[in-house]
Design a protein around this ligand. Structure first.
Ligand SMILES: Cc1cc2nc3c(=O)[nH]c(=O)nc-3n(C[C@H](O)[C@H](O)[C@H](O)COP(=O)(O)OP(=O)(O)OC[C@H]3O[C@@H](n4cnc5c(N)ncnc54)[C@H](O)[C@@H]3O)c2cc1C
Length: 369
């Protein structure tokens, strides 16, 4: 019985690892040509997903890469008013540590046997137990697991649902080696998260393990065509930075100084999500996990759910090695309930963050009463 996993992201690799721990073989097909072919983005806050890393036998490895101080938080209003500052004590429990996405992916990749991941295999289509890849090659499968992320191609085998734009567009920029290049800004950002929430705009800066500060500038209640009409020249980074500073007119100069200090990596990102509570009739031979199954707003649940999906599907398959349909039905029942709750919570948080009085509402969220 051949298990084919499409996508070597956090969810697909966790599934492969948990299967490996239980002596079940699987092959992971990944479209990227190698593990380093593409940057893996910034930090992830890992909480409920810690259980998955225990099931994968990788908890000690996780602790070695987890950054407790990454939980620090500073919340400002655009005029510079500091509303909240929380610094994590050295002996605080690692309830929600930050981990570099690339480190976590490497931990999972290094835990798999040689050849478990077939790089350079972009899934194209599947039917009658045969996978087809973009380069024309083929492979046989008994169970196909779509772990191919937000823009999943496998998803279409199970549901017509597609991610919808949430009225939020983000421009990602960053300051490399901030301690050396801009120590004053490094002190303002601190060791973890630095948020400025305004009316219709927000700035989320976060220190990464490699000394880079990644900054996401969000523009709320903006449409799918916003990048084309925003006047941000993405092919001219200095002019793009100048335009971003203009778009933050009236903000405290310390915050616009963050933008001016960024390097030439300027990336547009539209925020989309699948419908909350998406399900599909259980189908023998195929299922989904992670963002492919339940893409939600990026407020700290997606990676945790993907890790849990991978681990719990792995455990279900290991418990029913001769009966994949039963294992898949068991997995999907639990996954639909758990991830619907997480998606609802994420949608509520997204609504709060996009509201005109987001800063005060977030303060009340963290400091109720
Ligand atoms: C800015 C940002 C910040 C975030 N922060 C957090 C956070 O703090 N905490 C949290 O829990 N979540 C966070 N998330 C969400 C989290 O990153 C995702 O939910 C998580 O990575 C999903 O994992 P996955 O394995 O489903 O998909 P992915 O990690 O996206 O992996 C999918 C893999 O499939 C591959 N692939 C795609 N198409 C094909 C194909 N056709 N053939 C073969 N391979 C293919 C891709 O190359 C990729 O390797 C954040 C998201 C964003 C955008």
């Amino acid at each position: 019985m051949t298990i084919a996993i499409v996508g070597a992201g956090l969810g697909g690799l966790t599934l492969a690892r948990v299967l490996h721990v239980h002596g079940v073989d699987a092959v992971v097909y990944e479209r990227e040509s190698s593990r380093g072919a593409r940057g893996q983005g910034g930090m992830l806050d890992i909480h409920s997903g810690q259980r998955a890393l225990r099931e994968a036998g990788l908890f000690d490895g996780f602790l070695a890469i987890a950054r407790g101080e990454g939980q620090d938080m500073r919340l400002f209003e655009p005029d510079g008013t500091l509303l909240l500052q929380e610094d994590t004590p050295d002996d605080a429990p690692l309830d929600r540590p930050e981990v570099d996405r690339a480190d976590l992916r490497d931990l999972l990749l290094d835990s798999l046997p040689e050849g478990a991941v077939r790089w350079g295999h972009a899934f194209d289509s599947a039917d009658n137990g045969v996978l087809r890849f973009a380069d024309g090659s083929r492979a046989a499968y008994d169970l196909l697991v779509g772990a191919d992320g937000a823009q999943s191609r496998v998803r279409a085998l199970l549901t017509d649902a597609r991610p919808a734009h949430l009225g939020q567009n983000v421009v990602e920029v960053g300051i490399p080696d901030i301690d050396r290049t801009h120590p004053d800004l490094a002190a303002m950002v601190g060791r973890g998260n630095h948020w400025v929430l305004g009316d219709g705009k927000s700035l989320a800066a976060q220190r990464n393990g490699d000394g880079r500060v990644r900054i996401g500038l969000s523009f709320h209640n903006t449409g799918e065509d916003w990048f084309a009409t925003s006047g941000i020249p993405f092919d001219d980074p200095p002019a793009a930075r100048a335009r971003l500073v203009d778009l933050l007119a009236g903000w405290d100069p310390r915050f616009t100084a963050l933008i001016a200090a960024c390097d030439d990596v300027v990336v547009p990102r539209s925020i989309t999500a699948l419908p909350v509570g998406l399900t599909w009739p259980s189908t023998p031979g195929a299922t989904l996990l992670g963002d492919a199954a339940h893409l939600m707003p990026p407020v700290g649940e997606g990676a945790n759910m993907a890790l849990l999906d991978g681990a719990l599907l792995g455990l279900a398959l290991a418990a029913h090695p001769d009966d994949f349909p039963t294992a898949v039905a068991e997995y999907e029942r639990e996954m639909f309930e758990r991830t619907s709750a997480a998606a609802r919570m994420s949608a509520d948080m997204q609504e709060l963050l996009m509201s005109p009085d987001a800063a005060r509402r977030l303060l009340a969220f963290f400091r109720p009463g």
